[in-house]
Each structure stands twice: as C-alpha cells, then as structure tokens.
Design a protein around this ligand. Structure first.
Ligand code: BG6
Length: 484
C-alpha cells in the first residue's frame, strides 16, 4: 500500500499490557497484510532495564500469544524493533539521538508517530518533554497518539488540550477511542448514508426511541485501582457510548472527510444540553454468578476501596434537541458483570397510527419495527417485521438478519484500523479537541453530583431493575435482545 510510508513508531509504555496485547499484534498485522513490514520500525520506550534483544523477545512472545505464527515475525523483530530506556519524567534528548541513529541505520525519512500507551497522569510530562527535545517536529511527519481517558472532567480535558496545543498542532494529534476503530461502528456511517431506505425514516416523525447498550460480562479484572477512581461514566459513557450516539444521531456530512464528519458529531453534542439526574440510574455489582462461574462483588475486587460508591453500571435517558431528534429519547446503558457481552443499537419505529387488527386479538397485536445493529460479539444487523401467520389471523414478528461473519469471515481489529490511520494520516476515526470537550461538558455535571443512588445488582444479572423506570415511550417491551 503506497500510502504507508517508511516510519518510526515510538511507543511510550512499551512493556505495558496495551502494547503487548493490542499494539504490537495490530502493527504487525497491518504491515504484514499490506506486505510492507519493512516500512515500520518500532522503538519501544520504557523505564525498564531492557536492551533491544530483551524487548524483541517480549515482542515475539506478544505476537505468539496473539496467535500470529507466520515466519515473518522473527525477521521483523530482529531488524525492525528497538528499545530505549527512559526514566520517568526525564528529558528526552537522549531519545532524540537514538531516534536519529535508528533512522539513519534503517534508512528512514524521518516520519514519526509517538504513541502514549501510558497512564493519564504521565501525558502532560511526556508531551512537554517531546517538545523540549524538539520532537514535536520531524524531517517528515510527527504525530502524537493519546490513549483514553483524555481528561477526567471538562476542566482537566480543557487543560490537557491547552497543553497539547502548546506543543503540537491539532492536525498532529490522534485521540484514541478504540470503539471508533471497530468495523461495525464504522459501518454505521456507511449503513446510514448509503441506504436511503433507512436514512429517510431516521427522524422524529418515524422513530419511537434509540437504545444503545454496551454490556460486559467481565468485571474490573486487574484494573480496580484505576476503575475505582473513574467509574462507569468516565470509563465508558463519556467516550464509547457517546461516540456511538453521535454516529447514530449526526447529519450527513458534506463529504467523507475527517473534518466534515467530526463537525457533524460535535453538532450533535452541542444539541444535547444537560442530562436530567432523574433520568440516570447507577448500579454497582454484588457477588453473583456469570456464565455459571461464581463472581465476587465489586467491593471485594482488588484495589477497590471497601466502602466505595463507584458505579459499575449506568442507564441514562438523554435527548438531542434538534429538528431531527426532538422528542426521541436515547437510552444509553452500560455495565460490568452483566449477563453477557453485547454491544447493540436498537432503533425502534413508531407503531402504525391506527391498529386495524382490533377484534382479532384483545389488544393491538402489532409490535414496532426494530432495526438492531449488533457491534459485538457478532457483528451484524437485524430488522424485525410484522407478518401474517399462515392459516391463522395472527400477526407475528419475523426478524431478517445479516451476520457479517457469513460474508466477511475476517474483520480487522479496532487497533489495526486505528494504527493504520495514524500511519497514513487519516484523523476521521479520532476524537477532535472540541469534540472531547463537548462530550465532557455533557457528562461533567453528573460526575460532580454525589446524591444519585447507586443500586446494587448481582453479578450475572442485567443490572438494577430501576433501569426499567427510565422508559418513557413505547410499550412495556424492551426492544433489545437484552432484558432489564
Ligand atoms: C475500555 C474500558 O475503554 O473499553 C474498559 O476502559 C472496557 O473498562 C473496554 O472493558 C471495553 O472494550 P471492548 O472493546 O472490549 O468492548
């Protein structure tokens, strides 16, 4: 692929979990699938006392664990992977020399990506040090990739944006929300803006509600320390669910370019005003069982404060106040240790205005049409229609579905897509500065409240029953496969 230029991919946090599990396998796959493995040189940066060979061993192990078993990995590791020790908060002049030396050795033209796979408190120090060492500019391009969470509220996100902009131009900055890299999430735009059959009905005149669910069966695993300070609103709502909402709600962009698309997403956020605390249900998991296995409660997780009130579940009703969406509620829900892992968007249509089937059944037997877009674990979609059951007078619901795997057995991972975009310089799937602030602006007032009840729910359930009370439209049936 010609768009992939020779470059140096510098990873801060080179020995961390994200690098091993996601970044290295994704980088290798991207390069290998495009048959340009030699164009990517990786320089891992960490405060670990590792030499190049030590880091290469770690990389090979990471690739093997990711199920990559082709013969090219050894060569890639041997010729294209390096490590540089950098003490925490140390100046980066030595790193700059090493970069120049590796570029000369590998014949690179000076294109550089700096990936901050680091805990958020480390971001400001590294961004400043990169600039001080002259690494904000490069003989080719210099790009800065920042993992989520970008800030922990509006004020900190603004401060981080200011700091980043003091050292880098926005055109160099790639704020990651890995949900945007998922194929099924990207397909949302294609689905909407290539199929007028749906898009023309995607309005307040036709729709009853939109439900977005990101349910996880996992708990906080080894991240109790981070999670207890963050909670579900910061960890999932402000970023992943808000991103899904903007893609569902945005107007058609003037073109399929980064700025046109991101502009429309920001407009959605700006139309949302504040969230009513009465339309928020929070929960925290207690002991239970997930998929037959006993599971401890959140308060017994490692590094979680004994009396913690941190929410691991949230269900929220929000409104987008614009011409398209006024009056159509969006229900957003996410939680840990729920009954199953699923990410779904359900678009529920209004029922016919008059039920002409009265008399056949006691109540109007018609269910609304529903379009369910499933993002994970099985990407696909389903449209639910009403039909006459042959030989009877009954009306029954029939789903028509499409599973991505039937047509496309292999989907690239989110990180493959995102890393490729960093390398080719496409910012479409990254969160712009004003977008991240608009999103925090929406959620920060809720984060500042401590008077919202946190309901217990057993691990393996669908969250607190109080979430049902959020429904204000439709009938008593939830449209999602997931029941609450
Ligand atoms: C991360 C959150 O951003 O997304 C995690 O910090 C969460 O808590 C994860 O588990 C979910 O991602 P995915 O791709 O597994 O749905």
């Amino acid at each position: 692929m010609d768009r992939i230029e020779h470059h140096l991919f510098v990873i801060f946090g080179a020995t961390g979990d994200l690098t091993k599990r996601k970044l290295l396998p994704a980088l290798y796959r991207v390069m290998n699938e495009n048959e340009v493995a030699d164009r990517c040189v990786v320089l891992g940066v960490s405060p670990g006392r590792l030499d190049d060979d030590g880091f290469r061993r770690l990389c090979r192990q990471a690739l093997t664990e990711a199920g990559i078993a082709d013969t090219g990995t050894d060569r890639w590791a041997e010729e294209r992977i390096f490590h540089q020790f950098v003490d925490r908060d140390a100046p980066l002049d030595e790193l700059r020399h090493r970069i120049e030396q590796i570029e000369a050795q590998c014949g690179l033209p000076g294109n550089r990506a700096f990936y901050l796979a680091l805990p958020p408190p480390a971001f400001p120090g590294v961004v400043t040090a990169l600039d001080h060492a002259g690494l904000d500019q490069a003989p080719g391009w210099a790009r800065l990739v920042i993992e989520k969470p970008f800030g922990s509220d509006l004020e900190s996100a603004r401060a981080l944006n200011q700091l980043v902009h003091a050292h880098f131009d926005e055109s160099q900055v790639y704020r990651i929300d890995h949900y945007l890299g998922k194929e099924s999430v990207q397909n949302l735009l294609t689905f909407r803006f290539t199929n007028p059959i749906f898009e023309t009905t995607w309005t307040r005149d036709r729709l009853d509600s939109v439900e977005i669910t990101v349910a996880e069966d996992l708990g906080v695993e080894t991240r109790g320390g981070y999670y207890d300070g963050a909670g579900v609103l910061r960890d999932m709502m402000q970023n992943h669910l808000t991103q899904l909402l903007t893609l569902v709600a945005m107007e058609a962009p003037s073109s399929f370019t980064a700025d046109a698309i991101r502009q429309e997403k920001v407009q959605v956020l700006e139309s949302m005003r504040s969230i009513d605390p009465a339309a928020v249900v929070l929960g925290q998991y207690t002991a239970g069982s997930v998929d037959g296995a006993a599971s401890v409660g959140y308060l017994d997780e490692d590094k979680v404060a004994t009396q913690s009130r941190t929410a691991t579940f949230a269900a929220v009703r929000v409104n987008v106040h614009n011409w398209r969406w006024e009056g159509v509620p969006f229900y957003l829900r996410t939680g840990k240790r729920l009954a199953e892992r699923t990410t779904q968007i359900a678009i529920t249509y209004k029922k016919p205005p008059v039920c002409i089937f009265h008399g056949i059944a006691d109540d109007c037997p018609i269910s609304p049409n529903v379009l369910v877009l499933t993002m994970q674990p099985h990407e696909g979609f389903e449209v639910r229609f009403e039909l006459k059951e042959p030989g009877t007078a009954r009306v029954v619901t029939q789903p028509m579905s499409f599973d991505y795997a039937d047509r496309f057995p292999q989907l690239p991972s989110a990180y493959q897509t995102l890393l490729l975009d960093v390398i080719i310089g496409d910012q479409t799937l990254f969160v712009r500065a004003d977008e991240v602030e608009a999103s925090w602006n929406l959620w920060t007032p809720l984060l500042e409240r401590d008077d919202i009840a946190v309901h217990p729910y057993p691990a393996g359930s669908w969250g607190p029953p109080a979430a049902n009370d959020l429904l204000t439209t439709g009938d008593d049936r939830w449209t999602m496969r997931m029941r609450w």
